[in-house]
Design a protein around this ligand. Structure first.
Ligand SMILES: [Zn+2]
Length: 511
């Protein structure tokens, strides 16, 4: 497990293990899984967050940053005096942190435009300044075995300089005239030695060809051309180049028509000088590309980081898809370059176990629901790996397949239970529907009956109404008649009375 120092505000004995803070997290990228081991060498790797934090942990506090020779140009400026003032209060804070504090930001805004620009520049320079050389190499101590031999060589040279100039940072050391001159000299000698040595070897190969048949001589010439291509490929490390050259000439010997003295041929090949990336070249590059302290730290820290390895190399049309990706440390990824896996595995037989361990971890994360989007990764990745490694790497995924089958069975069970529930519900609904339907029929029958009754009642009513009408009109007629009779009667009575009266009159008149 990699433990790294925290970014700021912690003392050195308070080690932080970033992985411990992420137990409940769900990942969507295998690079972010904590404590992933390289699928090739099996070493622990940093996640990208851990790498960033690790690099930041090298940043110098403001006091040290302001002392650095890179600040020379600004030492007499108003900006420098201003930051110096802030640093006197909090010397361990980085310049970046100091000028980012809102209170200080407000103060900076009151300064002249020129000074504000200078403060920005000082901030940028300080972003590249690390702690002093001894502390830098010390922080890499526990990772020494993780580095490729040539990087380990660079660190050894850095160890030496850390002892020699303990008060300086590496960029300061590398830019010292005596240091840069020395390494420039060695670097040029190396290059010359390599160049001269190659010319010598190819001269001998040409002489070797003179003893061969014309066809074999021609084949050797084309083999030599291929050899030069390998030698000029900067992404191949020396031991890789050597193995590729052996393969190349072995192949030539095998296909030759005459008898080729292989021993003699390989003796010549052995003499090809293969120097690779030297500490001298590292230092010369650093100075000529105006790199900073933090660039040095970044160079080494990136070698510890979990990186995507395209199993089928991207330069050979390998797709940028999950199943084509495994995790390698920066060191192994660089070494693999775009070499075919059957060839690369000659140098890393341990990859057979370590890739399986990595896959086991990934499968465990998937099983526990902590890695999303990778459900088919083990199967697809296996296919890809088998194909690209000519069946040398055979990932075992039996347990995972079993897990998937069980999962599928459980899912089916759940679905079946769900279906059964729905069926019951459906049946219940059907019964209810039937009930309602029969009730509707009943009500409809009732309705029909009621309508019929209504019709009869209406007919009765109408008939009765007619009768009433007739009776009323008859009554009216009779009333009129009665009235007439009454009038007649009245007239008759009056007439009668008159008559009586007259009769009585007459009676009186009679004697
Ligand atoms: Zn590795």
């Amino acid at each position: 497990m990699l433990t790294i120092n925290p970014v700021t505000n912690h003392t050195n004995n308070q080690r932080l293990n970033f992985g411990q803070f992420l137990p409940r997290k769900i990942f969507s990228d295998i690079r972010d899984i904590p404590n992933m081991k390289c699928g090739c060498c099996g070493h622990d790797t940093f996640t990208s967050d851990e790498t960033t934090a690790f690099i930041k942990s090298f940043l110098a506090g403001s006091k040290r940053a302001l002392e650095n020779s890179a600040m020379e140009k600004y030492r007499n400026s108003e900006a420098f005096t201003f930051i110096q003032g802030l640093s006197d209060i909090q010397p361990k804070q980085t310049v970046r942190n100091l000028i980012s504090i809102p209170e200080n930001q407000a103060k900076i805004k009151t300064l002249s435009g020129r000074t504000q620009l200078d403060i920005n520049m000082i901030g940028l320079i300080a972003d590249g300044i690390t702690v002093k050389a001894p502390r830098v190499v010390q922080k890499f101590d526990k990772f020494r075995e993780f580095f490729a031999p040539e990087d380990a060589e660079i660190l050894k040279v850095m160890d030496f300089y850390a002892l020699k100039y303990p008060k300086k940072t590496f960029s300061e050391i590398f830019n010292m005239p005596e240091v840069i001159e020395y390494h420039k000299g060695i670097n040029e000698t190396n290059k010359k030695y390599e160049q001269v040595g190659r010319i010598e070897v190819f001269k001998r190969l040409k002489e070797f060809g003179l003893k061969l048949s014309p066809n074999d001589r021609k084949a050797l010439q084309s083999t030599n051309t291929d050899a030069i291509k390998i030698l000029n490929n900067f992404s191949f490390q020396p031991h890789i180049k050597k193995e590729l050259l052996y393969d190349l000439y072995e192949n030539f010997a095998k296909q030759s028509e005459g008898k080729v003295r292989k021993k003699g041929l390989f003796k010549i090949i052995d003499d090809i000088p293969l120097i690779g990336f030297t500490p001298d070249e590292f230092i010369v590059n650093h100075v000529s590309n105006r790199k900073t302290d933090i660039d040095i730290v970044t160079y080494f820290a990136r070698k510890l980081q979990a990186t995507y390895e395209h199993f089928k190399a991207r330069s050979k049309n390998g797709a940028d898809v999950k199943e084509n990706i495994i995790i390698l440390c920066g060191k192994c990824n660089q070494e693999r370059s775009n070499l075919p896996y059957p060839f690369f595995l000659r140098f890393h037989p341990e990859m057979l176990q370590n890739l399986q361990k990595q896959l086991n971890k990934i499968m465990m994360f998937i099983k526990h629901g902590k890695l999303t989007g990778y459900d088919n990764y083990p199967m697809d990745m296996k296919q890809n790996v088998l194909g690209e490694s000519a069946n040398l790497l055979r990932p075992k995924i039996g347990d995972y397949l079993k897990f998937r089958k069980e999962l599928a069975a459980k899912k089916l069970e759940r679905l079946e239970a769900k279906l059964a529930k729905k069926e019951t519900k459906y049946n219940n609904a059907c019964t209810k529907l039937d009930e309602i339907n029969s009730r509707i029929n009943e009500i409809e029958a009732q309705l029909r009956q009621l309508k019929k009754e209504k019709r009869v009642i209406k007919e009765n009513y109408d008939a009765t109404k007619d009768e009433v009408e007739q009776t009323r009109s008859r009554l009216e007629q009779q009333t009129i008649l009665l009235d007439d009779r009454e009038k007649e009667l009245l007239i008759d009575r009056t007439t009668n009375a008159n008559l009586q009266h007259k009769k009585r009159k007459i009676k009186k008149l009679r004697p």
